[in-house]
Design a protein. Sequence first.
Length: 148
Amino acid sequence: MYQRILVPVDGSSTSGKGLTEAISIARMTGGRIRLLHVVDALPAAIGADSFAGYSAEVLPLLREGGHAVLEQSRKLVEAVGVTVDTVMREVVGGRVSDLIVEEAAAWSASLIVLGTHGRRVVRRLLLGSDAEQVLRTATVPVLLVRGE
């Protein structure tokens, strides 16, 4: 039960709460964790003069930040003796939730654990939050961990 736990991380305190819960589950079940960070390029590109200039300057910084988030999270998991690996994916104009669900299917995850927060208020009103979309479309159980 819950041997392959996918945990999307973004460096927020809310995603940290999700990671903490996933670690507890993995320790109880002897499971492993896959950390996923999705670089969402579109929100930062909206104000850019041109996407080409944006991607050449800002996208590498987003990737660097993503690697740092994954490394910090990986160290937390390894410190308690849980097997862990990391994946970084990118989306431009698509939904982060779609990549989370795709990664869960490709990796044969048995559980997705993610924190929920309201950082994208306008987008949530129009499309629904990423956490809600994952909950609706995932083919495996999803544990949502509420932030403060």
